[in-house]
Design a protein around this ligand. Structure first.
Ligand SMILES: [Fe+2]
Ligand SMILES: [Fe+2]
Length: 245
């Protein structure tokens, strides 16, 4: 018996496959040097830095729907995220991690530039993509909380590390879950085999196939980015071993 999932659950499931895999290389952090973990945090900061622009652009684009619910939710999300990059940067600084000293990592630029383009697509497509990124945000804050705790312990940062852990806790304490759920509402009970899901209550007229496509593309982009991050982490560890040999 096959169960047909609605658009919300389908994207959720794709996301789960992606995040389950992406958690694996981060299960044992002892295999990475502190410098490599610090590098990973600085790459994640780049997403935080660009996030409000993505949300703003996506809000503008989804203003093209026949009702404003999606736009309103993205504006709410935008307001909530405003100032977070500065908080994150200051918290990283306290544990000795200077994001200004970072050298560009091309796959991160490619990921962020491509996602920036995605936010300007067709409204249903943008809704699916933003839902996918908000779903993955929970995973990101979980793994980066662990990475933070590890770096703080190794550095002996003590209380100076508190704002960094608090930054991730803030997001895990309902913020990201609500970003996900509040967008999920619009994708609930609509199915990929419907040519069009007619407007109903707060939900605008949506093209389910486009929403699925947006979710798919966002998850593929995130997976590709993380694969590149993990490959680079391996390279860094190999280079360190070679240098010490
Ligand atoms: Fe945030
Ligand atoms: Fe979020």
């Amino acid at each position: 018996m096959s169960t047909v999932l609605d658009v919300e659950k389908t994207i959720d499931q794709w996301n789960e496959v992606f995040t389950d895999n992406a958690r694996k290389p981060l299960r044992d952090l002892s295999q990475y040097s502190t410098g490599t973990l610090e590098w990973l945090m600085m790459e994640h900061f780049q997403f935080s830095f660009r996030n409000t622009k993505f949300l703003w652009d996506a809000a503008e684009t989804t203003g093209g729907f026949d009702v404003e619910g999606v736009k309103k939710e993205l504006v709410r999300n935008f307001k909530e995220e405003s100032g977070h990059a500065a908080l994150y940067k200051a918290a990283l600084n306290k544990v000795g991690c200077d994001v200004e000293a970072r050298a560009e990592f091309q796959p991160t630029s490619h990921f962020l530039d491509t996602l920036g383009g995605v936010c300007k697509g067709e409204p249903s497509f943008v809704l699916g993509a933003m839902f996918a990124t908000e779903t993955a945000a929970i995973f990101e804050h979980q793994v980066f909380r662990d990475v933070s705790v590890e770096v703080i312990a190794r550095r002996g940062s003590g209380d100076l590390g508190k704002p960094l852990v608090a930054f991730h806790d803030l997001h895990l304490d309902g913020v990201e879950q609500s970003h996900k759920d509040e967008l999920g509402i619009f994708l609930r009970g609509i199915y990929g085999d419907q040519a069009i899901a007619e407007r109903e209550g707060v939900r605008p007229t949506i093209v389910p196939k486009q929403a699925l496509e947006g979710g798919r593309i966002a998850i593929d982009l995130m997976r590709e980015w993380w694969d590149n991050l993990f490959a680079e982490m391996k390279n860094k560890e190999k280079a360190a071993v070679a240098a010490s040999a």
